[in-house]
Design a protein around this ligand. Structure first.
Ligand code: SAH
Ligand code: SF4
Ligand code: F3S
Length: 493
């Protein structure tokens, strides 16, 4: 009988991709993916350390498994990813029933670690070197980019895929643990990336999102002495047959070059959507965060993005309650959100991370209730801005890549005929509309009719020719049908 695998993932898109790849490689070894931890033979947690809350979630999940593991000592429990790299042996002290601790740079070794636990019953640790304790080259080597073969059935959507173009980060913002847990910044060779995009396109993938902690810092020095940057990489993969959309996240404000913006404007498949986190609207705070730019620089960059890429949508991240953030500093963040016109902002309460400069140098002096209030206030301003942006789009016809049934439709009883579908525009706006589930994976034109702060609601304008193209729909829909078909009672094509 096939061995059963369970995996729980927290954290960013990098982790979502890592989990997809881990599951793909274990499936090739005969594992079957299931959705109930206690039924599995191998139980994995792919973890995040960016805020305390993400770590607490994993430690409590591990706590809940303790007695289960005592009753079934043959089951294997593994902690993967950022928290594994950060906490190392501490994980086994807090949760002695953990068999495997495997850092972000060691995921390729996971099958071998599982086999070793099965054979010896002894715990296995696979970690990359500490950045402070070895030479740059040795540390780089210990953080290997994890890029095994892709498997279409493991993706959340067969039509969309993440593609890693770089690993690690060298920016060392003072609040952030990522440079420690993901290691030094290293770009993958462009030929490898292009080959992966071709493979994905061959499997029916239409949209690729290139991933990097600071994706616009991508640089690869070629043997002929030329340096390839993100703009060159976009041009290189642009003509891949079958790929319709290319997105990339996350951008660092200082590395938003004119060349890159020109590439976004000129390459039609590259979507006019830029996620460029600012973190704070106050120069003093930005300085303590070591973000390497001022608010004025950031505003100029925004203006440059909009001038060079007409119609571009820009989103941002903010941290509230960072060390020394006064009411006046916070008011500057409010002012930036009110005036910058972000499509949306992800807002986080500062969470001190032991091992970062911020934690070492500054006191976490903003009380939790104040962080909470500032978080809510900033969110309320952003929601107003998002709503205004969304309302201004009513009447527009937008191009939507259909991702599948909306959350509401998934909760409803399966039936026939149109259901509520969801997808995204080229500017990353979420659109919900009624349509035949067979539209999943197709690009359709939708006229926006209504809007909230989070969603555009619309009516499909061009479904006819798409739904009637049965042969290609059948081909592209097979994996989605396997995933949603049963639930939705789809007619077999
Ligand atoms: N590499 C990306 C994002 C990394 S983490 C970038 O540089 O933009 C994602 C977001 O988490 C960050 O943009 C920041 O807003 C938030 N974040 C990082 N460390 C944090 C901390 N210690 N406390 C609260 N939020 C944090
Ligand atoms: Fe963290 Fe800053 Fe690197 Fe982003 S750029 S991952 S916030 S250190
Ligand atoms: Fe978290 Fe690691 Fe991503 S710390 S945000 S999962 S890089």
């Amino acid at each position: 009988m096939a061995k059963k695998l369970y995996i729980e993932t927290v954290g960013c898109q990098m982790n979502v991709l890592d989990s997809e790849l881990v599951v793909g490689s274990l499936r090739r070894q005969g594992y079957e993916l299931i959705h109930e931890a206690t039924e599995a033979d191998v139980i994995l947690f792919n973890t995040c350390s960016v805020r305390q809350h993400a770590e607490d979630k994993i430690y409590s999940a591990l706590g809940r498994l303790r007695s289960h593991k005592q009753r079934h000592p043959g089951k294997i429990v593994g902690v993967l990813g950022c928290m594994a790299q950060k906490d190392q042996e501490l994980i086994r002290r807090r949760a002695p029933h953990v068999d495997i601790v495997c850092g972000t740079g060691q995921l390729a070794r996971l099958p071998e670690l599982i086999a070793e636990v099965e054979k010896t019953g002894r715990p296995q640790l696979a970690l990359s070197l500490d950045r402070q304790e070895a030479s740059r080259l040795d540390v780089e080597r210990s953080f290997a980019s994890y890029d095994p073969l892709r498997e279409p059935s493991m993706r959340p959507s067969p039509y969309q895929a993440y593609v890693r173009i770089m690993i690690g980060c060298d920016k060392f913002c003072t609040y952030c643990i990522v440079p420690q847990v993901r290691g030094p910044e290293q770009s993958r060779p462009p030929e490898h990336i292009a080959a992966e995009v071709r493979q994905l396109a061959g499997e029916g993938c239409k949209e690729v999102t290139l991933l990097g902690q600071t994706v616009n810092s991508y640089k690869h020095d070629r043997a002929d002495g030329r340096r390839e940057r993100l703009a060159d990489l976009l041009a290189r993969i642009h003509d891949t047959a079958g790929i319709e959309r290319i997105k990339f996240i996350t951008n660092f404000p200082r590395d938003m070059s004119d060349d890159l913006l020109d590439a976004v404007r000129e390459l039609p498949k590259v979507c006019p959507y830029l996620h460029v986190p600012v973190q704070s609207g106050c120069n003093e705070v930005l300085k303590r965060m070591k973000r390497l730019y001022t608010v004025e620089y950031y505003r100029d960059m925004l203006a440059r993005c909009r001038e060079r890429v007409p119609g571009v949508a820009i989103s941002s991240d903010f941290i509230v309650g960072f060390c020394g953030e006064s009411e006046a500093s916070f008011a500057r963040s409010c002012d930036l959100v009110a005036t910058a016109g972000f499509k949306n902002s992800f807002i986080f309460k500062y969470s001190p991370r032991p091992g970062t400069k911020g934690d070492e140098l500054y006191a976490d002096d903003v009380p939790e209730e104040v962080k909470k209030r500032r978080n809510n206030e900033l969110l309320a301003i952003q929601n107003k801005v998002s709503l205004a942006d969304h309302l201004s789009r009513i009447g527009e016809v937008v191009e939507v890549l259909v991702e599948g049934p909306s959350k509401t439709a998934l909760k409803q009883e399966p039936g026939h005929g149109p259901i509520q579908l969801t997808g995204r525009t080229r500017t990353d706006h979420i659109v919900v509309f009624e349509g035949n589930p067979r539209l999943t994976g197709n690009t359709v034109s939708v006229r926006v009719a209504e809007a909230t702060a989070f969603t555009l609601f619309g009516i499909v304008e061009t479904s006819e020719q798409v739904v009637h193209d049965h042969a290609s729909v059948a081909q592209t829909l097979a994996p989605a049908q396997a995933k949603y078909g049963q639930r939705l009672g789809l007619p077999v094509l």
